[in-house]
Design a protein around this ligand. Sequence first.
Ligand SMILES: Nc1nc2c(c(=O)[nH]1)N[C@H]1C(S)=C(S)[C@@H](COP(=O)(O)O)O[C@H]1N2
Ligand SMILES: [Mo]
Length: 241
Amino acid sequence: MIRPGQDFDPTRRRLLGGGVTLGALTLLTGCNVSDHDAVQDALQRVSVWNDRVQAALFGPHRLAPTFPESMAVKDFRYNAWYGPDQAPVLDPKDYRLGLAGRISDKRSWSVDALHALPQVTQVTRHICVEGWSMIGKWTGTPLRVFLERIGADTTARYVGFECADGYYEGIDMPTALHPQTLMAFRLHDALLPHRHGFPFKLRIPTKLGFKNPKFVTTLYVTDKEPRGYWPDRGYNWFSGL
Ligand SMILES: Nc1nc2c(c(=O)[nH]1)N[C@H]1C(S)=C(S)[C@@H](COP(=O)(O)O)O[C@H]1N2
Ligand SMILES: [Mo]
């Protein structure tokens, strides 16, 4: 886990995270791996290539595995780049989800209005790049249903999210419309605890954990690739199935 203020080397991270060995990288890129800038540049190109190929392979019929409810963990692990005590506590009285970009009805949404949306339950595995995974049971509204409700232009390329803690992420439209992509309001039947993202967390089982933004405060629809908190620090933007 990288803590604020700790040294962070995206080259090393990407090498380890991507499972690319120095030897393989030398073969792939033909560059001298002791040359930091050349490696950086090559990794950038490999990474962009990966994103494109992965996005092309992705489809709505590619489902993440689901599990029996008995396998879902009750005491779900917390993660963020700060401790659980510092996680934002949003007051349902004041909370409004703001909407922006290519959406025809940009009125903001209260927690009650969100909770009135139709909901489904999924038991899926959350996988964090830091080396842990956990099966959880989440209940919420398919993002597709919400996007249709607000008149989002689903021919746009991306959906972006901004969060109460300054975190930000974005997904491509096929992922946003994927049947397993949920605005999750509940974890193991209980209202989503604050540290896990109250009032909601994007639950995207076809993506790594960091592409599951919590305590979302703004949702926007755009043709410009949204930045991501960890992708800005060296992880692959696509990071999914
Ligand atoms: N707003 C926000 N969302 C976030 C993060 C964060 O720091 N802030 N961390 C991400 C990472 S790296 C993980 S693994 C999951 C952890 O979610 P959990 O606390 O519900 O297990 O949230 C993701 N979403
Ligand atoms: Mo993570």
